[in-house]
Design a protein around this ligand. Sequence first.
Ligand code: OOB
Length: 553
Amino acid sequence: MALEAPTWPEEFATRYREAGWWRGETFGQLLSDRATEHPDRIAIVDPASNRRWTYADLDLRADRLAAGLIARGIAKGDKVVVQLPNIAEFFETIFALFRIGALPVFALPAHRETEIRYFCEFTGAAAYVIPAEHGGFDYRDLATKVLAEVPSLRHVFVADGDPGAFEALADVPTEPTGIPDPPAPSDLAFLQLSGGSTGVPKLIPRTHDDYIYSLWGSNELCAVDESSVYLVALPAAHNFPLSSPGSLGALYAGARVVLCPQPSPDVAFPLIESEGVTITGLVPPLALVWTEAATATAYDLSTLDVLLVGGAKFSEEAARRVKPALDCTLQQVFGMAEGLVNYTRLDDDTETIVTTQGRPISPDDEIRVVDDEDNDLPVGETGHLLTRGPYTIRGYWNAPEHNARSFTADGFYRTGDIVRLTGTGHLVVEGRAKDQINRGGEKIAAEEVENHLLAHPAVHDANVVAEPDPYLGERTCAYVILRAGAEPVKPIAIKKFVRERGLAAYKVPDRVEFVTAFPQTGVGKISKKDLRAAASPTASSPATPSAPSTQQA
Ligand code: OOB
């Protein structure tokens, strides 16, 4: 299958194979292998529906669903938008698609019409898989709208609950007939979403070879083996709980995956006790909540060996509290869906664990810390992180213009993160150059929200920046200049407008501030740095975005 994105030059692919990083496995095959090796071991626990699937169950289900999907015309290379919560069918669906060589496009349950329509249109998706309802939201209504708008979309499958006018996923499986043309290890396995800093999200093409390396590489560093029990506390489709080492790492190891319907301690702690969970991953705000709750809980959390925390910067003070409260090893993880994942090592000393974001999985991960002109900086200096390696993409899917900006000519990915390397090769995340808000691990591209604000008839101009939040780390502040003579409008109306445009709720600005002008840089560009400083009450030199000396509406 021709890749629809730049891939590794042959000399790199050969090197990664020869080094043993790329093992020539596919997801479809590895599940069959595990099912042959230990058919009766539990693979998936879905407590909400009280189901426990063995490896043999999951393998058979994936085969039967693949056969049914093929009968409905889903073929190798087709894209299928998968928007499922933490339920067992998520795994049945993605392994069926992996087997066919059809590509899941991993949407999050929080995505709404704007995002889903875009994923379906941009990828020319053939099918869309949803729950009937989840979190009080009816995905069938969303699917009805998207189906009417996207001509390529031929099927909507409802994986859980009343399918309404659509086909229930449970009615799709049939007798397995064999896969006509299974994917090769170097083929694309799926499209993951980028946190992004551009107007629309970019799609990340991952191959079987490269992603599977990130799984077993993570397993080695996080001590995941067949006796492990991994709790999927974050949304299952996100790269962190999927692969660091995540559910797929656990399945690779022949371990058990427990699906947590919600990450709050009142739901997660009883599952840790009853299933003997040994390892899980959380974003910093949740890690704080768990740490607090653990000191007062009656549940037995003693099986928990490792708590991974990542997705956003975990403050040193919060990191120090983890071990005393949960009696487990904290492992910081600094990763990205584009590839590179860094872990603190389980045997790192406490200072390293609490003050750094770890070091790369692979000896073949190349790390550069550069200045604004791409000159390499001496170790210890702070600069832009560039990376290249055996599981970091060489380009986004069908996005040549973005690729020219986001990758160097020799294939390094510009992460947009500002980091410092320590003498031991650990990375410390110092900040971010990309125009993004990291809202407790959920990434928001400022430009995307600004475009929606600009669609409001009363809005002349808008700038979205991060402001500090004690719980989330960052939240979103929209500075808005209203049109001269526009009807008076309240911040809440602006928020409502954005929400009603069908955007995921986490992207709706937390605060809308009306100003008459934006601060400018020396060359007359809008200064987001000054806007950020204005949004931060503790900033040393707060700008005054409403200062009349700057750009007038
Ligand atoms: C993970 O993946 P994404 O794609 O949602 O976001 C990647 C970005 C990074 O470039 C960085 O800006 C930020 O999220 N980030 C962190 C961080 N971990 C991620 N910033 C500071 N400290 C950390 N520990 O977020 C992701 C993917 C795999 C594993 C873990 C996280």
